[in-house]
Design a binder for this molecule. Structure first.
Ligand code: AMP
Length: 290
């Protein structure tokens, strides 16, 4: 497994691309089993490169950029046992220059949900993803369904800017009690960790209402919010259409149940991607490839 740090190191990837599909898994490090599940699935599509970069531009001024967990040695150790050809861990100066640079502004899919709560977040995400795509030039890029709005916002960028990369979304990897794995779970103390289960409980309640035939999003949202009562703040509990993240008066087809809540000061997100079919409510995917 090679460690790529600067621009000339990236020549290695071009040599790989001559014979193999190159698959990029972008991460911010502090790796957990959720990231590893993405890497495992990525290797089905070709030769895997994992990027590790804590992107400053996607954090708001009062967010956790400074305290975000960083441990490159441990991350490399975790990746060594997997089928990873290279880890790209650039210095900030390789991605951001001194001048005020070009940024990528998100389209309609950034409206609402995390887009409202974290102004500028998706512009930061798109800008760094576009830079990573430019440097690595992957044929395929793999993202987690856990960050559903992020997947859909990136999909809209790739489509609108005609970027030659295929996107894959992978299922959310969970702790045994259902909590979605996240690098931010390590901020939770024991008592908060127990309360953090309310996010998945809320999503299960939303799904159960759908399974009982409920199609009014307002009723489903209220059912999810009720289950978030033990959180310190409900950021959102919403039902949206997939892939456009549109708000519809009645729930049909592919949909996203999305929740975000603060447990202590830690902001957590989770979602279920579902599809209403003639055979009932089934698990769905965001981008159609998995
Ligand atoms: P992050 O390091 O948090 O930016 O995440 C890097 C990638 O891993 C993103 O595509 C995330 O959606 C994905 N990811 C994070 N947590 C999980 C999880 N629990 N299951 C699957 N994918 C995840």
């Amino acid at each position: 497994m090679r460690l790529l740090r600067n621009r000339s190191d990236l020549d290695f990837l071009q040599s790989v691309k001559r014979d193999h599909e190159l698959v990029l898994v972008p991460t911010m490090g502090a790796l957990h089993e959720g990231h590893l599940s993405l890497v495992e699935q990525a290797s089905r599509w070709g030769t895997v490169v994992v990027s590790i970069f804590v992107n400053p531009t996607q954090f708001g001024p009062n967010e956790d950029f400074a305290s975000y967990p960083r441990n490159l040695d441990l991350d490399l150790e975790m990746l060594r046992s997997l089928d990873v050809a290279a880890v790209f861990a650039p210095e900030t100066s390789l991605l951001y220059g001194q001048e005020v640079g070009v940024t990528v502004q998100p389209g309609s899919r950034s409206a609402g949900l995390c887009g409202d709560d974290r102004p500028g977040h998706f512009a930061g995400v798109l800008t760094v993803v576009a830079k990573l795509f430019g440097l690595v030039q992957p044929d395929v890029a793999v993202f987690g369904r856990k960050d559903a709005q992020q997947c859909l916002v990136i999909d809209q960028m790739v489509e609108d800017l005609r970027m030659p990369v295929k996107l894959v979304d992978c299922p959310t990897f969970r702790e045994t009690d259902g909590l979605a794995m996240s690098s931010r779970n390590r901020y939770l103390n024991e008592e908060q960790r127990i309360r953090s289960r309310c996010l998945v409980t809320a999503l299960r309640a939303g799904r159960s209402l759908l399974e009982q035939g409920e199609r009014n999003p307002v009723v489903i949202q209220a059912g999810m919010e009720k289950e978030l009562a033990s959180a310190d703040e409900v950021v959102y509990a919403q039902v949206r259409g997939v892939p456009g993240l549109d708000v519809n008066p009645e729930v049909t087809g592919r949909l996203l149940l999305a929740v975000s809540a603060r447990i202590g000061t830690t902001r957590l997100i989770d979602n279920f991607v579902l599809e209403i079919t003639d055979n009932g409510v089934q698990d769905g995917s965001l981008l159609g490839l998995e």
